[in-house]
Design a protein around this ligand. Structure first.
Ligand SMILES: NC(=O)c1ccc[n+]([C@@H]2O[C@H](COP(=O)([O-])OP(=O)(O)OC[C@H]3O[C@@H](n4cnc5c(N)ncnc54)[C@H](O)[C@@H]3O)[C@@H](O)[C@H]2O)c1
Length: 361
């Protein structure tokens, strides 16, 4: 297959290496607003394909990199005109919506990093476009491909936990992204916790009913300058009465920490509770966790990122429907929107206050 890739920053360069390692992919067509970044990633892939050691970014993701053709093109027009079988959008968030529209107009199956758009209005428009089009769109919520979250989903669905009453989940990044990322990121709830909101729906099969959120800034000034917070907290009530406590921070120096605990009447299950846990026990004589820790989302979700792009190749070949639709992305984004409103107005927000498809919740 020939796969196009727009945007080769932090996640795009990582996706380039993952795509190049997929058996399905014969050629990558790459573009970036910064042509030097595209050339750099293309050069790195060519170097890795030769088996050279010491290439930048030669992580585990690249060990299996095969010899794929890599071509750099100036923009998305040239990329789509090159006859790609699928298009991966990994640009900064404001680029997602226009590129999605371009891909749909060209009839090319598209994988788009979360969030699909920077605003709720645009996300709703894209969900409506997706519903009226036969072109598959797969949104990049990789936790849906993580073995732990899938096991938790099965435990809820099978009834082995009894009724579920409480969920604790969080996304704690080891260190902040570069300062220029923050003003266009959409804020901590739309950028970071949106993953928790999506996986909460995936694991429980329920929708969020009400939200109460807050945030704090104790780190770098650039968060407050962008109207954002570096640490967030949200108390959600699901439509079956389950309570979910969600947290986020850009400062978790102990390591990258993404987890979910599901507590039920008959049992409890935890995702991410293994020896890589970025925390130490305060209890005497306890040697859990024994490490090593993970330090970034790339490390933490390496197998999940591989599985989601392999799934996208199958989506692009027409072998399966999208495992995460724009409608799914819209529902997670609406929860993030409610959190921002709650934080700004310091009050609980009912999801019926947040616009959805057809103008209502
Ligand atoms: N799924 C995940 O776990 C995950 C993790 C990180 C980032 N993301 C998402 O991926 C996106 C990119 O994040 P990042 O951390 O890689 O950002 P980044 O700032 O490191 O990289 C963005 C890249 O996109 C390029 N770019 C910007 N606008 C463009 C356009 N219109 N056309 C072509 N190239 C363009 C920039 O030059 C840059 O190279 C964001 O939307 C982010 O929310 C998802």
């Amino acid at each position: 297959m020939r796969i196009g890739l727009a945007g080769v920053g932090r996640i795009g360069a990582f996706h380039a290496r993952t795509l190049a390692a997929l058996d399905d992919v014969d050629e990558l067509v790459v573009t970036d607003a910064d042509p030097r970044a595209a050339e750099r990633v293309a050069a790195e892939l060519r170097l890795l394909a030769t088996g050279a050691t010491g290439a930048t970014g030669a992580t585990e993701a690249t060990r299996e990199t095969r010899e794929v053709g890599v071509r750099v093109v100036p923009d998305a027009d040239a990329l789509l005109a090159s006859g790609v079988d699928g298009f991966v959008v990994a640009t900064a968030t404001p680029g997602h919506a226009p590129l999605l529209r371009q891909a749909v107009a060209a009839g090319v199956p598209v994988f788009c990093e979360k969030p699909v758009a920077a605003t709720l209005k645009e996300t709703i428009e894209l969900a409506e476009l997706a519903a009226s089009s036969a072109v598959p769109i797969h949104v990049g919520f990789q936790r849906r491909f993580d073995a732990g979250y899938r096991r938790a989903r099965a435990a809820v669905a099978s009834g082995e936990l009894g009724f579920v009453h409480t969920i604790r989940a969080g996304t704690h990044d080891q260190a902040p992204p570069h300062a220029s990322y923050i003003p266009t990121s959409g804020g901590i709830f739309r950028d970071c916790n949106v993953h928790d909101f999506d996986i909460l729906r995936f694991v429980t099969g329920r929708e969020v009913a009400t939200v109460y959120a807050t945030g704090a800034n104790k780190g770098a000034a650039f968060f407050a300058e962008a109207g954002d917070v570096d640490t967030g907290g949200a108390l959600l009530t699901l439509d079956d009465g389950t309570i979910a406590l969600i947290s986020s921070t850009r400062y978790h120096g102990a390591g990258h920490d993404v987890r979910m605990e599901v507590h039920g009447e008959k049992g409890a299950i935890a995702v991410g509770l293994d020896h890589s846990l970025a925390m130490s026990s305060a209890e005497e004589g306890v040697d859990f966790p024994r490490g090593p820790r993970t330090w970034s989302f790339m490390e933490r979700f390496l197998p999940a990122y591989r599985a989601e792009l392999a799934a996208f190749a199958a989506v692009a070949r027409g072998e399966r429907p999208s495992p995460c639709t724009v409608r799914d992305a819209l529902e997670a984004f609406r929860v993030a929107e409610a959190c921002e409103l709650s934080r700004a107005e310091r009050r609980p927000v009912d999801m019926s206050e947040i616009e959805g498809i057809g103008g209502g919740a």
